[in-house]
Design a protein around this ligand. Structure first.
Ligand code: FCB
Length: 440
């Protein structure tokens, strides 16, 4: 039977935390929150299954912070909701929203947890749809203003802050694959967003710095690409996948360039003076967040737009998302950041976790042994990296609560804590108790 006793082997300075995001847990029918692109997308594409209620963290946040404390964790990663703070327009502030994050941050600090806020975890105010959202550079400028506002309002209450969560999802997944809001399937839109979301990050870094000496980072999601076989066409397809999914974002941030291979298929859609923006995009950062979940098998597949690959699932053990367990990919990317980009930068695993078909048993408990196994396998990889002297400094389990899992609504349970969405009851799962056994 798997257990998490290995957490005892981590250095005492290592940070254990859990991560959430505003739209997935807060419930935007509470506290005067405005509409985001996800409300629109849910109405049009997801049969209206939206985050109106989510976990009602807005009213239950004190209980939720207690739950984190009860785990023995020492950090909490959450995100600010832009439409909660500016529901109607870019100037009129919702004071209930301002007050909510003040109370949340106070509670986090009072509980001796380190706050790790993120400025953008996908809930773009819906009003930006009129100007094509992240396809328009004005949105980047407004994001910088929003960043400045957060820094002024709450800057003394946290040290570390991340600008954007997973720019690949904001751009490719949402504008080329169409799986997330706003659901576009258009290469030109995808490329302009791949660039603009990074520019938004860079402008946000500048805005934050004018106010406070924050330790600023960004959160990237890397996915391991495994060629279907050793045929040359599949090996090349895997390089292209890696170049678009991973290298595009890390090359831009660490080196101020885009990878040649991705440029060969995407370059025509970039704005003419994109080089100038890369200077802003590559401002040095104090830390980097890595979200890691799985791998994809890559197969050559001819496509008119030059995106000549297809992603498949392999035959390893899978989570309820149909994502394979592939823990080796986590240490692979930690190593890659240290060896190829920056050997000093502190790396935080800002998300890692799994969806499981969790059910309450007759004793009203949840036996999520598969999740314990998943955490154990990934934490082992991190220990290996620590032994090699790599700079990984913390690990955030995704997620504290079962929540609104984007295009899958409430059907995928990622939490350490089970949520009954009818009455908002929270029931810690076995994995929760397993962590706390070794951390408290
Ligand atoms: C990540 C997202 C997070 C959650 C997990 C399962 O890509 O950042 O919000 O949905 O996947």
């Amino acid at each position: 039977m798997n257990n998490l006793s290995l957490v005892k082997n981590f250095p005492s300075s290592f940070i254990f935390g859990t991560a959430t995001s505003s739209y997935q847990i807060e419930g935007n029918k509470y506290g005067g929150c405005g509409k985001s692109i996800w409300d629109d997308f849910a109405r049009k594409k997801l049969n209206g299954i939206d985050g109106l209620n989510a976990c009602n963290h807005y009213e239950y946040f004190e209980e939720d912070i207690k739950l984190i404390k009860g785990l023995g964790f020492n950090a909490y990663r959450f995100s600010f909701s832009w439409p909660r703070l500016f529901p109607e327009n870019n100037n009129d502030i919702n004071m209930d929203g301002v007050d909510f994050y003040k109370r949340l941050l106070d509670k986090i600090l009072e509980s001796d947890l380190e706050p790790f806020p993120t400025l953008y975890h996908w809930d773009l105010p819906v009003r930006f749809s009129k100007i094509e959202g992240w396809e328009n550079k004005d949105t980047c400028k407004r994001f910088a203003e929003f960043s400045y506002f957060i820094s002024q309002q709450y800057g003394d209450l946290f040290k570390k802050i991340a600008t954007v969560n997973e720019p690949w999802c904001v751009s490719w997944l949402s504008h080329y694959l169409g799986e997330h809001a706003p659901g576009k399937q258009n290469l030109k839109s995808a490329v302009s967003t791949m660039h603009n979301i990074l520019l938004a990050h860079g402008l946000s870094v500048e805005a934050l710095k004018t106010n406070n000496s924050h330790e600023i980072g960004i959160v990237l999601n890397n996915q391991y690409g495994e060629p279907l076989d050793q045929k040359e066409e599949n090996l090349n397809a895997t390089k292209l996948f890696d170049s678009i999914h991973n290298r595009w974002f890390s090359d831009a941030i660490f080196k101020g360039t885009y990878p040649e291979l991705a440029l060969s298929v995407l370059g025509d859609y970039l704005p003419k003076n994109y080089d100038n923006d890369l200077i802003v995009i590559s401002h040095p950062l104090k830390w980097i967040g890595l979200n890691y979940y799985t791998r994809s098998i890559i197969k050559y597949h001819k496509s008119e737009d030059g995106i000549n690959y297809k992603t498949l699932r392999g035959s390893l053990k899978k989570t309820d998302m149909d994502w394979e367990y592939f823990p080796e990919g986590l240490s692979y990317f930690i190593k890659r950041i240290n060896k190829e980009y920056n050997d000093k930068i502190p790396i935080y695993i800002t998300e890692n976790g799994m969806a499981n078909d969790d059910k309450l048993n007759s004793k009203e408990e949840v036996d999520d042994d598969d999740r314990i196994e998943f955490f154990d396998l990934h934490l082992k990889e991190i220990l290996k990296c620590l032994r090699e002297g790599l700079t990984v400094k913390g690990y955030f389990a995704w997620s504290l609560l079962d929540n609104y899992e984007w295009a899958f609504g409430y059907t995928k349970r990622f939490g350490l804590v089970y949520v009954d969405f009818d009455n908002f009851n929270r029931i810690p799962k076995k994995s929760y108790y397993e962590f706390s056994k070794y951390l408290i």
